[in-house]
Design a protein around this ligand. Structure first.
Ligand SMILES: Cc1cc2nc3c(=O)[nH]c(=O)nc-3n(C[C@H](O)[C@H](O)[C@H](O)COP(=O)(O)OP(=O)(O)OC[C@H]3O[C@@H](n4cnc5c(N)ncnc54)[C@H](O)[C@@H]3O)c2cc1C
Length: 303
């Protein structure tokens, strides 16, 4: 267990006891022992080189698919959102995007450049790194269908170039070389018409806000869709719309969303998830699997 870090001069910012509720879209989560905001990829590599080998690491983008428990995180969180923020066109059809760039920015950039294929990203409220980790997708589009190669950093701060074929990719699931995290991706797109692409981005955003509870803090779909069915349908049919635990409620607008009505704790969200799983299994005989990633320590009341 690490006590103090002997860090050489770095250009990023190291925070301690940083409240994770500030960095997740659910607005819940206890403090991270250490929270590093890198200046760029080289700075992050240097930071990682100086960490003890056994330091637990958690990478975070926009925290839009994360439930951080109330007891917080032992170890170091690496923040990327808006920090690893480069986007550049490489040639006729390829674009390099760093992992902290928001998906919306990638969609806008590609449309402006007349590059088609990334429009679905316009409504995903996460970073490119999160989209790679989750194989995020919607409206028929999927992140890894666009990936040609990725750049990763390992626990020791060593940079790797990986091909898309080095990863096994499925529905909201990606596995590849262990203990490596994404710092950039090369996307391969098709040529398209700028104004048609910009209208498509706008249309997809509008379709989304009419069907999802965008007013209250949430983390999108909580459970993965089971084969040949929809988690939202099963939850609604089990009579769970509007069911609450503490400040966490199953959304009235979209049954696979759990919203924070104001004062929810991570424990409320997790308890409500368990309740939903039990009830859906009782009624339909299907065990729902979480899509959101749950990390961190239980709070004192639960310990
Ligand atoms: C309103 C709403 C709507 C949503 N709609 C959709 C949707 O239509 N389709 C969809 O797929 N998802 C959707 N989501 C879920 C979420 O936006 C996506 O999963 C998104 O890709 C997560 O990105 P993030 O940057 O927020 O990742 P985070 O939530 O910060 O992290 C998610 C996971 O990715 C890992 N990770 C993050 N960055 C990196 C990195 N650089 N390298 C390696 N691992 C990393 C984290 O450790 C964590 O395990 C929605 C969420 C919300 C709140």
């Amino acid at each position: 267990m690490m006590t103090a870090l002997q860090i050489k001069p770095l250009r990023g910012t190291l925070l301690t006891n940083e409240l994770m509720a500030r960095h997740t879209t659910w607005r819940v989560g206890g403090p991270a022992e250490r929270y590093y905001q890198p200046a760029d990829i080289d700075d992050l590599a240097l930071f990682l080189q100086q960490l003890p080998e056994d330091e637990p690491l958690y990478w975070i983008g926009l925290g839009s698919n994360l439930l951080v428990r109330d007891g917080g995180i032992r170890g170091t969180v690496i923040a990327t959102s808006g920090l690893l923020n480069g986007v550049e066109r490489l040639d006729e059809t390829r674009v390099r995007v760093e992992s902290g760039v928001s998906c919306a920015k990638v969609a806008r950039f590609c449309a402006r450049e007349g590059l088609a294929g990334a429009e679905f990203l316009s409504g995903i409220p996460g970073t490119m790194g999160g989209a790679l980790a989750m194989n995020a997708g919607c409206f028929g589009g999927e992140t890894w269908k666009l990936v040609e190669s990725v750049e990763t950093l390992d626990h020791c701060g060593k940079l790797h170039q990986r091909k898309a074929s080095d990863y096994v990719v499925g529905y909201r699931q990606v596995s590849g070389p262990a203990n490596e995290w994404f710092v950039a991706v090369c996307l391969k797109l098709q040529k398209g018409d700028v104004s048609a692409l910009q209208s498509r981005n706008k249309e997809l955003l509008e379709r989304r806000s009419s069907s999802q509870p965008t007013q209250l803090p949430n983390a999108g779909s909580v459970f993965r869709n089971p084969e040949n069915d929809y988690a939202a349908r099963l939850i609604e049919a089990a009579g769970l719309k509007g069911r609450c635990v503490g400040g966490a409620c199953v959304s009235e607008k979209h049954a696979n969303f759990i919203v924070n009505t104001g004062k929810a704790q991570a424990a409320d969200v997790e308890e409500l998830m368990t309740l939903v799983q039990k009830k859906v299994e009782q009624v339909h005989g299907v065990r729902l699997k979480p899509e959101v990633h749950i990390i961190g320590e239980h709070g004192e009341e639960q310990a």
